[in-house]
Design a protein around this ligand. Structure first.
Ligand code: NAD
Length: 477
């Protein structure tokens, strides 16, 4: 157990290896063994959870170079970016969980109504069992291991299904993780849609999915078959409303948008500008040059698009408006320059679908109010951003915009605060994680009440319901 396909790399198109008919039996076998171990509650003690968190941290420290190399192979990620946005991100989640686990696991005593006293009542976080974690390719390490931190902390066993579109990272995780974590209760299962479909046919105690809305519906349907709870971490079009054009505005927008070549679920998808848009475009152009030089396509800090299919989709979007900055692309290296567009067609895929690439449309609106209406007419995004120092606008923005998260003046930074929940709302997902929120998401918050039989205060409510008892009940309840 522990690993499936480290010797059999998945075919990104389908699963040609191993043969299809071997898969279901092997998945059932793996899951059977895993569930047996989970049922023996080896994952429950705090000591075990702490050991496994430590082992995961050890893997990230000792194998950092291998992961950095895999991320460079899959996405052209610069080592610095790979380290802080993937490896260090997970390490910080591990560190936070280690520091708070005792407090999270500690049952919380709650008050008991007078009618039930004397009694003790408490809420205790209990493990759910076996969790399936399926993730996307854009942060292929972080998106698989951060939910794993929550699964370990909450005392669950877990099966990890990495994205087949990031095969180097998927392979590295499948190869390394079982040598650090307890293979009786943590397994990696590599593969594409066929493997995912087979995994989804099994019964899980929770499915934690990160990906797009189309596949999320497949997940929800499969989960419904076993009434399995799910967490769906999805995407959407994250708007950024720009009130002022201070130098920091362009820097913060460009940084959040062009990191990982725009392939970030919380990257600003488009700008709503109600100020001097010409000045904003000029500042964005200058900033892009200051970040990635005159030729970002060859700059080592600038990554590539994950696949030919996504490259074609993204270059196709350039037709739906006027390119005012960038626009260059190279099919051989799968690179697309940081691009800014204006006069975009609002009914085109550029503005109806999540962009998920380094293309930033700017939509000019007449007022702040119009910007808010624009957002309200579209599905709730994973995050919504406002660049403004005006506290009144900030308050209105927080009040009127529905989004997974709200950030003023520092797009994307909310996701690195482990004490904040991270997740979507409506079309951008359900359920949140990071820190305590992940721990609780993968726990059953179980109520427990304990009374003594020595004094039977319940005498007052037993039938027959006499007039005197009814009076007592009315008074107590
Ligand atoms: P995706 O939905 O295509 O794939 C995600 C996972 O689902 C992969 O592991 C894949 O193997 C599996 N899968 C694909 N097709 C399947 C099918 N038919 N049946 C069963 N499983 C299937 O998503 P993606 O392209 O990898 O990622 C991009 C999306 O993920 C974007 O929408 C982005 O916004 C979103 N995302 C969200 C977050 C977040 O934290 N909320 C983070 C990153 C990405």
């Amino acid at each position: 157990m522990g690993i499936f396909t480290s010797h059999q790399p998945p075919d990104p198109v389908g699963d040609t290896a191993p043969p299809m008919d071997e898969h279901p039996a092997r998945i059932a076998d793996m899951l059977g063994q895993l569930r047996q171990s989970a049922n023996s509650r080896i994952t429950h003690p705090r000591r075990f959870r702490m050991q496994q968190l430590k082992a995961l941290e050890k893997m990230l420290i000792e194998r950092e170079e291998e992961f950095i190399q895999a991320l460079a192979e899959d996405l052209g990620k610069n080592p610095t970016e790979a380290k802080f946005s993937e490896i260090d991100f997970v390490r910080s989640e591990i560190d936070y969980a280690q520091r708070h686990l005792a407090e999270w696991m500690d049952p919380q005593s709650v008050k008991v109504p007078v009618a039930l006293q004397p009694a003790l009542a408490r809420v205790e976080a209990r493990p759910l069992g076996v969790v399936l974690i399926m993730s996307a390719w854009n942060y292929p390490l972080q998106l698989l291991l951060a939910p794993l931190v929550a699964a370990i902390a909450s005392g669950n066993a877990a099966v990890l299904k990495p994205s087949e579109l990031a095969p180097a990272t998927s392979g590295a995780i499948a190869r390394l993780l079982p040598t650090y974590l307890d293979p009786r209760v943590y397994a990696v299962c590599e593969g594409g849609v066929d493997t995912a479909t087979e995994l989804l046919a099994a019964r899980w105690d929770h499915i934690f999915f990160t990906g797009g809305a189309t596949v999320a519906k497949v997940i929800a349907r499969a989960a419904a078959e076993h009434l399995t709870p799910t967490t769906l971490e999805l995407g959407g079009k994250c708007p950024i409303v720009v009130d002022n054009h201070l130098p920091a505005t362009a820097k913060r927008i460009a940084y959040a948008k062009f990191m990982n070549s725009g392939q970030t679920c919380v990257a600003p998808d488009y700008v709503l500008s109600f100020g001097d848009t010409d000045a904003l475009v000029q500042r964005l152009e200058k900033t892009i040059t200051s970040f990635y030089g005159k030729d970002p396509m060859t700059h080592p800090d600038y990554g590539r698009i994950i696949s030919q299919q996504h490259f074609d989709r993204l270059t196709g979007l350039l037709e739906h408006g006027k390119v005012v900055v960038g626009g260059q692309s190279d099919a051989d290296t799968l690179r697309i320059a940081p691009t800014v567009m204006r006069d975009v067609d609002l009914d085109s895929p550029l503005m109806t679908d999540e962009i998920f690439g380094p293309i930033l449309p700017i939509i000019e609106v007449a007022s702040f109010d119009e910007a808010l209406d624009f957002i309200a007419q579209r599905p709730a995004p994973l995050a919504a951003y406002l660049m403004s120092e005006n506290p009144r606008l900030q308050t209105i923005f927080s009040d009127r915009v529905q989004a997974g998260g709200i950030v003023h003046n520092a797009p994307m930074t909310h996701m690195i605060v482990p004490s904040l929940p991270f997740g979507g709302v409506g079309a951008s997902g359900m359920g949140s994680y990071h820190g305590r929120f992940g721990f609780e998401r993968l726990s059953q918050m179980r109520p427990e009440l304990s009374k003594t039989t020595v004094i039977d205060t319940l005498n007052a409510v037993y039938p027959p319901y006499t007039w005197a008892k009814r009076k007592i009940i009315n008074k107590l309840m």
